[in-house]
Design a protein around this ligand. Structure first.
Ligand code: V47
Length: 371
């Protein structure tokens, strides 16, 4: 038997399907999640990972820019946003954003990841001016900018159609879109953790429109808060269905919930075991998305390394940036706020994989010697 490595015999028929390259159902996803055969689930995901990407593990040199932290939405998991009547808010000038881009470019970044709060006191021209100012000075810097939640907000707040929003941002310099704002699609759970936010069908539908305009996007799932296993499998299946329709998702990023500083700070957050299983399930369910990211910023570097054996084939980037960064705020709490290119390369080699520096669209830029 090819699947003799399984301890949980309930996984046998699922393993046969994975080996045959067949699509898994909702119930099979739940069975995998509920299994305590971590090695068995991980081994299956690793098989798919190696089939799709061999030993290659991608990363890029990037920087995050969060132009403003004022936000109209009220997401209980978020420790970043500020209301206009509260202290601690900021909005960077366009010049400050260009300065951040310059610092990134000088450090060898190929991508600027731009995402911020839904700020009701900025004109739409702030965003297009920012993109075009950065693009005119650094045409080679890929601008991965604005989640579906921001695009949705731009359309409703500035009274434009989706197509107009996409076209205006694209001509100003938006090259692709990051995967944030997906959180958890299951409506009954989503409404408990996000207020005033793009609903799930809209998030998916808008992704399809962005893909139609020739722009690639990513997708995320925030896990380890109040969602159920069924919610997670539902999320993966709805994403898979959208990818069947529009095909523009490059990468899926499971985001491990980090409670401190949020309104859900009483929750423990996911365990390392849960994170490894979630990475593996993502790889197994999303047969039509090429890349699964082990986002070390949320996972921590050690679990991220291990995740490379559980289906992940991307390590995200170096994520250099200023102190205001949404994500660096999260890692600062772990004394782990930046990784050099050498460190990422070494973490990947140490895990037994082949580091490949990529651009945002997954073109390989440089391969490093394997271990
Ligand atoms: O949508 C917010 C999440 C996302 C917390 O596309 C939290 O390459 C954990 O989407 N604990 C934004 N997560 C980040 C994001 C992302 C990150 C890296 C790469 C890419 C990509 C996209 O961060 C939000 C939300 O789901 N988030 N608060 C928290 N306390």
């Amino acid at each position: 038997m090819m699947n003799d490595f399984l301890l949980d015999r309930a996984l046998d028929p699922i393993a046969e399907k994975v080996i045959a390259g067949e699509r898994l159902s909702f119930d099979e996803g739940v069975t995998l999640f509920r299994s305590d055969d971590l090695h068995g689930v991980g081994r299956l995901a690793d098989m798919v990972r190696r089939r799709k990407n061999g030993r290659a593990t991608y990363f890029n040199v990037n920087r995050h820019l969060n132009p403003t932290n004022y936000c109209y939405a009220d997401c209980k998991f978020c420790g970043f946003f500020v209301k206009h009547n509260q202290p601690g808010g900021y909005t960077h000038s366009v010049e400050e954003c260009v300065k951040a881009a310059r610092e990134a470019w000088e450090k060898g970044a190929t991508e600027l990841h731009i995402v911020g709060g839904l700020n009701t006191r900025l004109p739409f021209s702030y965003f297009t001016d920012m993109l075009s100012a950065i693009k005119s000075e650094f045409p080679g810097l890929h601008l991965k900018a604005f989640t579906m939640v921001e695009l949705d907000f731009f359309g409703s707040f500035y009274k434009m159609t989706d197509e107009e929003v996409i076209e205006k941002l694209k001509s100003a310099g938006m090259d692709s879109c990051p995967g944030g704002g997906a959180e958890i699609f299951a409506e009954s759970t989503r409404e408990k953790i996000c207020t005033h936010k793009t609903d799930s069908n809209r998030w998916l539908d808008l992704s399809g429109k962005v893909h139609k305009a020739g722009i690639k996007t990513n997708a995320t799932m925030l896990y380890g808060h109040i969602e159920s296993i069924e919610d997670r499998v539902d999320h993966l299946i709805r994403l898979r269905e959208q990818q069947d329709k529009s095909g523009g998702f490059q990468c899926f990023i499971p985001l491990a919930f980090y409670p401190p500083g949020s309104q859900l700070s009483h929750l423990p957050g996911p365990s390392g075991i849960d994170s490894l299983k979630t990475i593996a399930l993502s790889r197994l369910m999303l047969d039509n998305i090429d890349h699964i990211k082990a986002y070390w910023v949320m996972l921590g570097k050690r679990i991220a390394q291990t995740a490379l054996h559980f289906g992940a084939n991307d390590f995200d980037g170096t994520i250099t940036g200023g102190g205001e960064l949404m994500e660096s705020y999260l890692v600062e709490a772990r004394n782990d706020n930046e990784a050099s290119k050498e460190e990422i390369v070494n973490l990947i080699i140490e895990a037994g994989f082949q580091p490949v520096e990529r651009d945002t669209l997954y073109h390989p830029l440089r391969e490093f010697a394997a271990a």
